[in-house]
Design a protein around this ligand. Sequence first.
Ligand code: SF4
Length: 321
Amino acid sequence: MKKTLIDTGVKPYNHYGAYLKEKYNGQRVFKVIVDGGFTCPNRDGTKGYGGCTYCNVDAFTPETARKTPDIREQVEEGFRRAVKHYRADKIIIYFQPNTNTYAPAHYLKMMYDEALSIYPEHTVGLSVGTRPDCLDFEKIALLESYTDRYDVDVELGMESIHNGTLERINRACTHEEFVNALKLLENSPIDVCIHTIFGFPWETKEMMLAYAEEINRFPQIKFLKLHHLYISEGSIMGVKYKRNPFPLFTMEGYAEFLSEFIPLLRPDIILQRIFSLSDLDLLIAPDWGMKKAGIQSYLDKSLERNNAIQGSKYSIGLPVK
Ligand code: SF4
């Protein structure tokens, strides 16, 4: 049977696996998720209460990190799993749940230092997920102080470029605040990763396709995580959805959407993810009836079939003012 590009490991977009392989000379590099016990200003009342309506922090935190607050134990367990299941050679410490710069810089340093110190021979990176409104010069300087020893990236939730959507999802952060955070990271040695969500039921296809041009404007964006909207137990949207279900992407519909979106993206951006899954026990909808590998393969094959090559419809956007 004729092999497709996907069968040979080549994808029609710049994907993170290939990037890591090349960067680390074929060594297997995996992220170890760490829960630093941070909270979120959109939950504790500083910016808002209740959090973003789609958010259930537990939905994107693995069992081990959820039940093990001790950083050393989390890193040791994460490393053991990465070696056992994926024969990992190296790890990236990934502070993922909640807002991982939401504390004074000296406290952040203590947390990052501890996690990085546990497997010094095997640790190559530090990845920190946060809100755009929780970064300032001091925290950026702290993160930059690690860049002589580690690859450091900061992951910012953009979610949507439309303030109307950000308001409706109780994001308590405008797109302008997101752009300001990007400006703080201009010319920094820190890599920037952006997180987006597609499929808010009130956003049209044109509104979602417009994300691409906005992302393309910022050369400091190196990585991108594309997610479809899913509804989790424990989220405000979950309660609303159960009362009154609304349309969500089918897998086929999402594949068609990605086939239009990915060609619009700047060709140098590296896609860390093109969809996301929560723990199945927390997932309310959409249930695409497949495991992660099956969905990945379906989406990749659809992109190839549709000749949806990243950058093939990219047009240079307006310079950032
Ligand atoms: S998605 Fe992030 S910013 Fe929003 S409530 Fe959850 S942890 Fe906070």
